[in-house]
Design a protein around this ligand. Sequence first.
Ligand SMILES: [Fe+2]
Ligand SMILES: [Fe+2]
Length: 353
Amino acid sequence: MSQLLVRSVMRRLVSGGTCNRCISSVSAAAAVVFREVHKPSSESVVMMSSQRLRFSGQWWRMMCFTSEPPSKNSTTSSAVRKEDEKLSGDSVEKMEGEDKVALSSYWGVSRPKITKEDGSVWPWNCFMPWETYQADLSIDLSKHHVPKTFLDKVAYWTVKLLRIPTDLFFKKKYGCRAMMLETVAGVPGMVGGMLLHLRSLRKFEQSGGWIKALLEEAENERMHLMTMVELVQPKWYERLLVIAVQGVFFNFYFVLYLLSPKLAHRVVGYLEEEAIHSYTLYLNDIDRGEIENVPAPAIAIDYWRLPKDATLKDVITVIRADEAHHRDVNHFASDIHYQGKKLQEAAAPIGYH
Ligand SMILES: [Fe+2]
Ligand SMILES: [Fe+2]
């Protein structure tokens, strides 16, 4: 059965379907494998499994009701969204009423019904209303850390050199470029946070909030990706490239962070400076009309608390502001190391957006 799962995953990768559809397929295959391997012996357990699968389906539907990329025909998609929101809300209530044992109280992990400010059902499982924020657009986008030390110059020129193949590969396809680079951008925060977490356990010492700050950065980058993938659908060879790049970059950054966290954070600081530059070029193309200023995806509207009529330009503007904050956090972390201190000796910028 595990071969079935692997085959299903590979088929979806090669067919180049949407990210959400791919995950959906994997989930379905996993459900088949699970049911085959753990075939229940009693009828009551069969019923519980089926209820859970139905429940998962409902939640999955809630999660991906905006999986289609926004288009000019936004009235249709918003009508579908409203219908899905209504269905999702009704379904949850119905399922809760149908079988309290299977859904709400058996494990004690059911989520209370969460609504938006306007009273509609909160449609996302991947982030909650209290994790949303309004980006600070007043941040200085032009700030630059001038490389002075040898390691700083290594970091700076490494990033500048990495930009060359990136420019050659993507040219002016900024949407595609952003989507692909966000798959990389989410790695450093997770690796840094993970290593600080392990260090905290190993050394019996507090992290000073830096674990949380770096994991917040990783999550924020992943939300950039979740937004971009609503706008640009990756092709099959881009999916393969992401897998290869992630394999290389994760291991590279892991080793780099172990050897020299100050260099690792400096590299990320410069990567963020490049990201600001790339998103500025993206915005320029939108302003010139070379890229259509389509309606913002629903996930972005909720995550950044954007107005309902927000557009792609608004989304790229807030993402760029996020990148500027990541730049500051990472240069700051590197500077702490340069002063011969541990990160926990300086207050971590938790919630710095
Ligand atoms: Fe990002
Ligand atoms: Fe970033």
